[in-house]
Design a protein. Structure first.
Length: 430
């Protein structure tokens, strides 16, 4: 008998009911569950906004731009809560330190979740309510960032590169969120949106590509023993350089596309860089065994999500070159949503499903239901990119896109949330 495995009698005696107390058994349970709450709430809210835009029967009141509200919650809302669950589960193992008690995370992650729910209601009720929610979310994010840096400072591991990059990215996220709050207070909407975009690239994308660089080769080699865990550091440098470049571009073009004699030079340089960087990342996706991974759905989800980053940069480069030729912006929202829906959302669904399966005692596989949610997400990305094209029917794609996103990820979120409140299926702790 395996001494580390509970007996059949012990497994039969487990209390398998959903209990709130089970959420604090491990950091990923608490962080992932609250992320699912914000994910479902923000998705349904955005679908309602899209219905309001095509129907006179809803007539929602707005205290500030719903586009800004959407950008902020999709950037800073649920994804940092997923980060909290993952980093305080995997981070201590990376750094060789004792994990923090989950109870230390309760207040800061609750502050973030409650803050973003207030943000979504405040846009329709009162600006002060939204600002208070934003301040609450910022306080939670800064506390989580400080707790993660405590892990780094305690570590004596020689290899701290990935953890420190993530720590710096979290600091950028805190500064960006503070900038969003400050500029909303003074009414500088354009600068507030620039702060959101800085947080997207400098915080969210930077953390995701760093985790992907460390974990995708590991997950692939674990599931496919004949594939070695190849993770060249130049690839991480390229992905981070792309993220930094996009942050710089946000502020260079804060007032819109450049004008004057330097505009063509900038657009040509940006387009060439994005095309080159995107092409290298697409090549890297192939090298990371994309074709072979299709035999394993869970690994395929990770590789396809990573591939979207290369696609997004290539689309961004083509957009710049087409805009240069036509003299006006073309397709910029297409490349943006290739990043957000195609890359970030796909990797989020894949990584969270993989971690949730492993830490709930379930098989490390993407079953038919998880795979269906993932395919619907790919459809959402394609529809949203198509809607960014300049055509007569493009605007009509926004509502079905929002509905597919909302339904698929809400069902996925409720399924995962049902796991987090129950003990592990194999009877082990965690």
């Amino acid at each position: 008998m395996n001494p580390g495995k509970p007996s059949a009698e012990a497994l039969a005696a487990l209390d398998r009911r959903w209990r709130t107390g089970n959420l604090v058994l491990a950091p990923h349970r608490l962080g992932f569950f609250l992320a699912m709450v914000v994910l479902v709430a923000s998705g349904n809210w955005w679908a309602l906004v899209q219905i309001d835009r095509v129907s006179v029967s809803v007539a929602l009141p707005y205290t500030f731009s719903p586009t800004l509200a959407h950008a902020a919650v999709m950037t800073f809302g649920f994804i940092p809560l997923f980060f909290s669950g993952f980093l305080f589960t995997a981070g201590p193992k990376w750094l060789g330190v004792e994990p923090l008690p989950t109870r230390l995370l309760i207040v800061p992650v609750l502050m973030q979740a409650c803050g973003w729910l207030l943000w979504l209601t405040g846009i329709h009720l009162h600006l002060l309510s939204a600002l208070f929610g934003l301040a609450l979310a910022w306080s939670g994010l800064t506390t989580v960032t400080w707790l993660f840096w405590r892990l780094i400072w305690r570590s004596r591991e020689q290899d701290q590169l990935h953890a420190r990059i993530i720590g710096v990215a979290c600091l950028i996220g805190c500064v960006s969120l503070a900038g969003l709050l400050a500029n909303l207070v003074v009414g500088e909407t354009a600068v507030a949106l620039a702060c959101v975009m800085t947080g997207l690239w400098g915080f969210i994308v930077a953390v995701v590509v760093t985790v992907a660089h460390r974990m995708i080769p590991f997950f692939t080699s674990s599931a496919m023993p004949f594939q070695s865990a190849w993770r060249p550091f130049w690839a991480l440098g390229l992905m981070l350089a792309a993220a930094v470049f996009e942050c710089v571009s946000v502020w260079v073009e804060i007032d819109g596309p450049l004008h004057g004699p330097m505009a063509p030079v900038w657009m040509l340089a940006r387009g060439a860089w994005e095309l080159a960087a995107g092409s290298v990342l697409l090549w890297l996706a192939r090298v990371w065994s994309l074709a072979q991974s299709l035999k394993n759905r869970l690994i395929a989800m990770l590789h396809i999500g990573f591939m979207w980053l290369g696609v997004a940069l290539v689309l961004g480069g083509l957009s710049q070159l087409m805009s240069l030729l036509q003299g006006s912006p073309v397709f910029s929202l297409g490349s943006l949503h290739a990043v957000t829906i195609g890359c970030l959302s796909s990797l989020m669904l894949a990584m969270v499903t993989r971690v949730s399966c492993g830490h709930s005692g379930r098989a490390l596989v993407a079953d038919r239901l998880a795979w269906s949610f993932f395919l619907l997400l790919q459809l959402t990305a394609l529809l949203r990119i198509t809607a960014a094209a300049q055509s007569a029917f493009a605007s009509w794609l926004l509502l079905p896109t929002a509905l597919i996103w909302t339904v698929s990820l809400s069902l996925w979120g409720m399924r995962m949330g049902n796991w987090y409140g129950r003990v592990r299926a194999d009877g082990r702790p965690g």
